[in-house]
Write a protein that binds this ligand. Structure first.
Ligand code: AMP
Length: 174
């Protein structure tokens, strides 16, 4: 099974992706994790990625699509995967379509996202980057959600509440 989790930063999608991956024994592929790891490299590419992450902007669509395509072509993804963070917009999906079976959209209101991200205190989580990412999210990801809705594979999940409760809502719709 190929599953995509979508939701704004701070929606808890990474946590839910971890739970699903463990439960279904599938690899979790997170573009955020991939880019954070690349940003630690002491190289021009590493520094470039670090700058983009800290600004709250997105990495180039073509570059991102290539990285994900390479990763999903590896053997461990043959039975399926849990995708966290890709595609982020229609353009990425058109460049490389991971052809997922189900899309879970974790819905959390903006004010709750801001609260959660400020509390987590990661280096790239300042009020400015949080707001930037939220507006990018609404602008770019909403059309992708509409697309999956039209395909009939979008499942909207209430992302408020305890981790276990949210996970149960997801499992009920698997
Ligand atoms: P996340 O951990 O999903 O919040 O991602 C952290 C950062 O990684 C984002 O703010 C982007 O800069 C970058 N990133 C993650 N996924 C993508 C993607 N699909 N396209 C472009 N940039 C991404």
């Amino acid at each position: 099974m190929k599953i995509l989790l979508i939701g704004p930063q701070g929606s808890g999608k990474s946590t839910q992706a971890d739970l699903l991956a463990k439960d279904l024994n599938l690899p979790k592929i997170s573009t955020g994790d991939i880019f954070r790891e690349l940003s630690l490299q002491d190289s021009e590419e590493g520094r470039k990625i670090k700058g983009i992450l800290n600004s709250g902007e997105l990495i180039d669509d073509l570059e991102t699509a290539k990285i994900v395509e390479q990763r999903l072509n590896k053997d461990d993804c043959r039975k399926g995967f849990i995708l966290d963070g890709y595609p982020r917009n229609r353009k990425q999906q058109q460049i490389f379509d991971p052809k997922v079976d189900k899309v879970f959209d974790l819905e959390v209101p903006d004010h709750e996202v801001v609260k959660r991200l400020l509390a987590r205190g990661r280096e790239d989580d300042t009020m400015e980057t949080i707001k930037k990412r939220l507006s990018l999210y609404h602008e770019q990801t909403m059309p992708l959600l509409d697309y999956y809705k039209n395909q009939g594979i979008l499942i909207e999940i209430d992302g408020m509440g305890d981790i276990e409760d949210i996970y149960r809502r997801i499992k009920d719709r698997l």
